[in-house]
Write a protein that binds this ligand. Structure first.
Ligand SMILES: [Zn+2]
Length: 316
């Protein structure tokens, strides 16, 4: 049995999921966000099918599909969307994943190894007045425009890539690397919720995506981080990632660009919630990301004017 394709990703509704089953809460990538939002805030939601290819899957889904409404709701967990976990909910620029003892190994997803504390990273390596920009669900049509903008501002970012997309556009991976950016594993086809898959399937999602990325990038390509679709981090998938040398990467600011709230809203959200050392979640894949590109066009000069320098996320 195969995982429902990204597009078909479905989000399990977890109404109170955030509170009851942290493991389920999702958060990241578009789809991610989507889900997360969906999930964490309200109850179930079935994003079914959907939209174009993958990502959007989730993400797009939302926007494109019935989910339209979601965006608003997701106000609660401040953009910071420390989402995944109940924890950081409050403080947008919250420090690392400190909290969230992912311990919540759901009954179903029994960790393959002894339970451990969640170490989801949500800060930059250097702290101080730095920011780590991260882009999920690509490569996609927006990847190159985003790379052009980053180059214009001498900014570096981290790209959380989806294995299937990498296979479609390996050249994008090479350009990302050639321009000094770094890579993150965002699974093969963005299943959600990841933790609901059997252990071996989760290993496949994480390990094969890394393989695809390394194959595209060439010998020596390093994938330092893993980001669970929807921010669905669990002790189990964090351990799988760690076994492959990757740290689990969350975020501290989530402008929910996947929901296409409008460029001004994306910009305002980042400006309002970013704190020094923060990790910003945006998307270069998963659907129409023109608002994200436009927002970046405003945010890059703003960040520079605010004295921020561009850094990478911490690795432990
Ligand atoms: Zn994603």
């Amino acid at each position: 049995m195969r995982i429902p394709s990204p597009r078909a990703r479905r989000t399990l509704g977890l109404g109170l999921a955030a509170l009851l089953a942290p493991a389920l809460v999702t958060g990241c990538g578009s789809a991610d966000d989507l889900h997360r939002a969906t999930t964490s805030m309200e109850g179930v939601r079935t994003t079914a099918a959907a939209v174009p290819p993958r990502e959007g899957a989730a993400a797009t889904d939302t926007s494109a599909s019935p989910s339209a409404g979601i965006p608003s709701q997701r106000t609660a967990p401040p953009s910071g969307g420390p989402a995944p976990r109940p924890a950081g909910a409050t403080a947008p620029a919250a420090p690392t994943a400190t909290a969230t003892p992912t311990a919540s190994p759901t009954p179903t997803a029994g960790p393959s190894t002894p339970p451990q504390q969640s170490r989801v990273i949500r800060t930059t390596a250097g702290g101080s007045r730095t920011v780590a920009l991260t882009f999920d669900d690509g490569p996609g049509p927006a990847t190159r425009p985003i790379l052009d903008l980053l180059a214009q501002y001498h900014a570096h970012a981290t790209f959380c890539l989806v294995g299937d997309e990498v296979r479609r556009d390996p050249g994008a991976v090479r350009r990302i690397l050639a321009e000094g950016h770094r890579l993150c594993d965002h699974t093969v086809d963005h299943p959600q919720p990841l933790h609901a898959l059997p252990h071996d399937r989760q290993v496949h999602e994480i390990a094969d995506a890394e393989d695809a990325i390394v194959r595209a990038g060439g010998p020596g390509t390093r994938v330092a981080w893993f980001r669970a679709p929807g921010g669905d981090f669990t002790a189990e998938n964090e351990q799988i990632a760690a076994d492959h040398g990757m740290a689990s990467l969350g975020w501290s600011v989530d402008p929910r660009d996947w929901a296409r709230p409008g460029t001004p809203a994306i910009v305002a959200d980042v400006e309002r919630h970013l704190r020094p050392g923060g990790v910003v979640l945006m998307h270069d894949g998963g659907g129409d990301r023109s608002q994200t590109v436009a927002a970046l066009r405003d945010l890059l000069p703003w960040l520079t004017a605010q004295g921020y320098t561009f850094a990478f996320p911490a690795e432990h």
